[in-house]
Write a protein that binds this ligand. Structure first.
Ligand SMILES: [Zn+2]
Length: 384
């Protein structure tokens, strides 16, 4: 099985599926292999037709069962100093080197190598394969995939997201929401501030209101939160605007983010800020200049994975791994999107996040073999 897996992985690494580029060739390869094992394969294209998600099913067309999920895209290699060609997999000292080996084509290769085994063992509950695009740029593909499942009213019970966790079970991470808020005011001479609308000043008031919300968010900390810090955080990453000392600034931009520990915190922040703009800032700006505006662009809203006392996916993995340990991690994944659909979800996959996104990214053969062992035990479960 190991030989088969490394052969598939080597094929996958050769597709340079950097998020900016098409992933269609790799998706076609995955579709072929899954069809060969008798899976029903659905390739769902994005609006531009250059990228696609793949969703495939082995077993009955029913609710329940498990989704094995991985993203097909990788981060760029630009300005990274690689020892060997990042898109030609190389084995050295018990490690497989190449862009995407650990994040996260290793997991995808393992599920593909195991697919014939799953097909043979499967009885009452389906196994689904979900391979997405554009994870590295805000989980865009997974958002579309989850939407498609919702429309199809398909309700898998469990999801395993194979992001690199060194094969440890991860049951929670914060969300990551990023925004750019742009202020359009009216330029004028600095000697008469009342004749213009100073975008920088309104941006400063906006920032100040955001910072006030930090207190709210701390008070809203869930009592049993295991996150560090335990509450939803807010950060102002950049504040730009204006041109000179004596000019009323007509433009300003605030780049900010929050890391919600629960979806309701994100709603609270968004609603409070929208109300503040609508009831306070905008009326004041537009009283002087009717075209004045405040617009917030959603750069990305990656849902968190909220830990829960009841989690069948965690229990299943505890069984397969022979350990009850489950952790929280500081990085985001597609897991929260699957959780929003009502599935029990854990993140667990081969390789360490410490190697992801770096030059000389690698996956150790030992990690890959642990992953295969777990998938093999999972195949055994499919028989009942
Ligand atoms: Zn990843």
């Amino acid at each position: 099985m190991m030989e088969q897996t490394t052969r598939i992985l080597s094929d996958l690494i050769a597709y340079p599926t950097v998020s900016a580029d098409s992933n269609l060739e790799m998706i076609a390869y995955l579709a072929n292999r899954l069809e060969d094992c008798g899976a029903r394969v659905d390739v769902m294209f994005d609006a531009g037709g250059q990228k696609a998600n793949l969703f495939a099913t082995l077993g009955p067309d029913t609710d329940g069962g498990i989704v094995l999920s991985g993203h097909s895209d990788v981060v760029p290699v630009t300005d990274q100093d690689w020892t060997s060609d990042p898109f030609t997999m190389e084995e050295r000292d018990g490690r497989l080197y190449g862009r995407g080996t650990c994040d996260m084509k290793g997991f995808i290769a393992a599920t593909l190598a195991m697919a014939p085994e799953f097909a043979e063992q499967i009885s009452r509950r389906p196994v689904h394969f979900a391979f997405t695009y554009d994870e590295e740029v805000g989980c865009i593909g997974a958002g579309h995939l989850v939407q498609a499942l919702r429309e199809r009213e398909l309700k898998p019970r469990l999801a395993l997201i194979g992001e690199p966790t060194s094969m440890r079970v991860v049951e929670g991470h914060k969300g990551c929401h990023e925004y750019s808020t742009r202020f359009q005011g009216l330029e004028g001479h600095g000697s008469d501030p009342g004749r213009g609308v100073n975008a920088v000043e309104y941006a400063a008031r906006y920032v100040s209101r955001l910072l006030d919300l930090r207190g709210d968010l701390q008070q809203r900390t869930p009592p049993d939160s295991r996150f560090d810090p335990p509450w939803t955080t807010l950060n102002i990453g950049a504040l730009n605007g204006g041109s000179a000392h004596n000019v009323i600034a007509s433009k300003a931009q605030v780049d900010w983010e929050m890391r919600p520990v629960q979806p309701s915190d994100a709603d609270h922040v968004k609603e409070t800020m929208a109300r503040y703009c609508r009831d306070t800032l905008l009326p004041a700006m537009q009283a002087i200049y009717p075209e004045a505006s405040i617009e917030t662009e959603v750069v990305g809203e990656v849902a968190g994975l909220t830990p829960s006392t009841q989690n069948e996916a965690r229990e299943l993995m505890a069984d397969l791994l022979g350990s009850n340990a489950a952790e929280l991690v500081p990085f985001g994944t597609e897991a929260g999107l699957f959780q929003e659909l009502g599935m029990d979800v854990v993140v667990c996959g081969p390789g360490s996040i410490a190697q992801a996104h770096k030059a000389d990214e690698y996956l150790s053969l030992d990690q890959l073999s642990q992953c295969l062992t777990v998938l093999n035990r999972l195949a055994g479960r499919l028989a009942d």
